[in-house]
Design a protein around this ligand. Structure first.
Ligand code: SF4
Length: 734
């Protein structure tokens, strides 16, 4: 019998008998979808659903959000603090008092012996903003180490650096709504359907209505590139050359917006003289895009009434990451495409609250986009926190990627990792393993006790996750949205806020300071410190945020008092001429000379290694690796390889192969696909003891972000496939 619409079994939606829904915001990516978490009459969390009235996702969720409720009872959660004297010994359970007393003693001891900066702290983009703010207060105002950073250095530091160099401040100037107004969209190293599925849906819906051209710059034929009108398969690491060539054409053909440039920018002459060197014919030989296509793209972009660019890790994770962001900003400034509907430079952020940590964690400065280098900023925060301003360092300390080399050198003796997993996420796993083993004291604070880095720790602190606590996230388009508590954390786990506050109490310095224990009270401090600043949130409250399903900043107390809807002001930044965040109000056109300094393929290592994400997994799989439906889609590490390359190497589709770089090797399953060119392979970055055994991760000089996407490898077939499968399993088993 033929199966068809009338004979197939209908899909049956199981009634989960949900009696109560709790409003929240998705805890995975930076899209910031509003989500409701469903509980049945027995009080068990059994479902998730998108929120229809929320502007961001309008009822939709991606495959991660749909199953997000399953993480509350997923395997591997920690429920008690555990401690040991030495790495290699068995852990023993301990009380919170003992754990935090020990931690405070160790911090004091290390700092007394080796100096304040010899104890380092690395956090995440996963905490609630109130927690980030409190961790910043504890670190900057109490512990006093300057070696404090977030793992956002691995994903967004180049965007932050580029925004600061071009506009004078961090803060993405656009909104998702810009898709509804733009006349051309250029996506640089951004694979929306897999990385940010709901933004992709917003973009696609807008494109289907208005048919604007989509130009995708990516060395790989990603899902987004498959949908592009023009796909520019740029040579890895050469985006800046392509950008300079585009600007060359714009200026050469007089396509720039002179009135906008004069009213809003400085530096045109210097930029002109640099891009003059990048005629499309010469640039083509470096970036791999033919000269006529470069000219065509430059004309399409510059002639559009409104043009917008988005980017993700393809730009950020490069030795030219910050320059690549500045290059995008340069093009938009030259063409008058900042601060107007459909005209913007919108970095698509990574983690759910990467923006919150950028705004409020004090990692790279002081809260509310304040700088350690600015005496007034130090004075203001010191006064507010009741700390001596001289206690603050006068410039930023080490970034995460410089903290690990400082451990190797013996300059850093103690480390506190908060919701981050460098054993899987940092380049060159073998080196990181040795580095962690050198520490006198390592604390891992995480929701999961089986996170790989716990193997190298002396103390593990179990933390609540996502909707086991309350507070706000900020998403890619500056929208502050709330996570409400839906359930309790397992066992004795505490919220990160409670852990920070309890640790603060163990230092004398905190006695004269205020560490509120309620997230809403912390939010009031942040509101107060935001007044009059670019990221003004003083008109918001937790309840109003929930009522509006998220509010974009700025939304000021004055706007709230006047009864203005919290929807208009926050849509775009820099809408008026001369309002950029530099003292003169002018944006900077920054010349970008190019030096090719990456590891490139050669005779011995003939393939580019490209890395990236899959839609079903999040970061190091700490969460999605435990959730059946997410893990089932991609349970094992694999490598995309071009069929012609595979044939020459004697590799069959789905063979296990060894991928080898100068750092190490990885066993992966070969997937033959035309998505990658013949001289490139692609491996997802989510798996432990896999792609980061291979990556080099040279650092961007401005942002200190690693170049994960430009390494050279060779591929070796493996004769004994059963042994290879076993080795692959063993490496992943922890
Ligand atoms: Fe969550 Fe991002 Fe998926 Fe939205 S797109 S449901 S925020 S993971």
């Amino acid at each position: 019998m033929l199966l068809g619409r009338n004979t197939k079994n209908p899909i049956v939606m199981v009634d989960k008998k949900i009696t109560e829904w709790t409003y929240s915001t998705c805890g995975y990516c930076s899209v910031g979808c509003s989500i409701e978490i469903g509980k049945n009459a027995e009080g068990k969390i059994v479902g998730s659903r998108g929120v229809g009235g929320a502007d961001v996702n309008r009822g939709k969720l991606c495959v991660k959000g749909i199953f997000e409720h399953e993480l509350f009872d997923s395997a591997g959660r920690g429920d008690k603090p555990i401690i040991r004297e030495q790495i290699g010994e068995a852990y023993r359970e301990t009380s919170w008092d003992d754990a935090l007393d020990t931690m405070a003693d160790k911090i004091r001891d290390i700092q007394q012996k080796h100096g304040r900066d010899s104890f380092a702290i690395v956090s995440t983009g996963q905490l609630l903003t109130e927690e980030f703010y409190t961790l910043g207060k504890l670190t900057r105002g109490v512990i006093g180490t300057n070696n404090y950073d977030g793992n956002t250095t691995l994903c967004m530091a180049s965007a932050v650096s580029g925004y600061k160099r071009s506009f004078g401040s961090d803060g993405p100037p656009g909104s998702y709504e810009d898709f509804d107004h733009t006349d051309v969209l250029m996506a640089w190293g951004s694979n929306l359907p897999e990385q940010h599925p709901i933004i992709y849906w917003r973009m696609k819906e807008a494109q289907e209505k208005r048919h604007f051209p989509l130009i995708v710059v990516d060395p790989r034929v990603t899902m987004l590139a498959q949908n592009a009108d023009i796909h520019l398969a740029v040579t890895p690491g050469t985006d800046v050359v392509l950008q300079n060539a585009i600007m060359h054409v714009i200026l050469d053909e007089g396509l720039e917006d002179r009135a906008y440039i004069e009213a809003n920018t400085v530096g045109l002459e210097q930029l002109e003289s640099e891009v003059a060197k990048f005629d499309p014919d010469s640039a083509s030989k470096v970036c791999g895009i033919d000269p006529d296509t470069i000219r065509n793209v430059a004309r399409i972009y510059a002639k559009a009434d409104a043009a917008m660019s988005i980017w993700t890790m393809g730009i950020n994770q490069s030795t030219h990451g910050s320059d690549g962001v500045v290059g995008i900003n340069n093009i938009n400034l030259l063409t008058g495409n900042i601060g107007k509907p459909g005209g913007t430079s919108l970095s698509i952020t990574g983690q759910c609250n990467a923006m919150g940590t950028r705004e409020w964690s004090s990692c790279s400065g002081l809260p509310g986009y304040r700088a350690l280098e600015n005496p007034q900023d130090r004075e203001d925060i010191a006064k507010y926190w009741n700390v001596d301003p001289e206690f603050f360092p006068k410039k930023r300390g080490l970034a995460e990627t410089d903290i690990f080399p400082a451990i190797e050198l013996g300059e850093i003796k103690g480390l506190w990792l908060v919701a981050t997993n460098p054993m899987t996420s940092l380049p060159n796993t073998a080196r990181i393993r040795k580095t962690l083993e050198k520490l006198d004291f390592l604390v891992v604070q995480d929701s999961y006790a089986d996170v790989e880095t716990v193997q190298y720790a002396h103390l593990y602190l179990p933390a609540a996750t996502w909707a086991e606590k309350e507070g706000v996230f900020t998403n890619t388009e500056r929208r502050v949205n709330i996570v409400r508590k839906a359930t309790d954390a397992p066992g004795e786990s505490k919220s990160d806020l409670a852990i920070f506050n309890a640790l603060a109490q163990r230092f004398e310095q905190s006695a004269k300071m205020n560490f509120p224990d309620k997230p809403a009270a912390v939010f009031e401090e942040m509101k107060s410190l935001s007044k009059g600043r670019l990221l003004d949130i003083s008109g918001m409250s937790h309840d109003l945020i929930e009522e509006k399903r998220g509010i974009q900043w700025p939304y000021t107390a004055e706007e709230a008092e006047r009864g203005e809807e919290p929807l208009q002001g926050g849509k775009r930044l820099y809408t008026e001429n001369g309002t950029f965040s530099f003292a003169d109000g002018m944006a900077k056109l920054v010349p970008l000379p190019f030096i090719d300094n990456n590891e490139v393929p050669d005779e011995k290592y003939p393939y580019w290694l490209n890395t990236g994400r899959l839609v079903e997994h999040f970061h190091t799989r700490t969460k999605t690796g435990k959730i059946g439906n997410n893990n089932k889609y991609s349970p094992i590490p694999f490598m995309e390889i071009n069929p012609d390359a595979a044939r020459e190497l004697g590799i069959q589709h789905q063979d296990y192969v060894r991928c080898v770089s100068r750092r190490g090797d990885a066993i992966v399953m070969a997937m033959c696909t035309q998505r990658v060119p013949k001289d490139m392979v692609f491996i997802p970055f989510h798996f432990f003891d896999c792609v980061n055994r291979l990556t080099l991760g040279l650092l961007d000089p401005h942002s200190r972000q690693p170049a994960y996407k430009q390494s050279a490898v060779m591929i070796e077939p493996i004769a004994d496939q059963q042994a290879a499968a076993q080795m692959s399993r063993e490496r992943r088993a922890f």
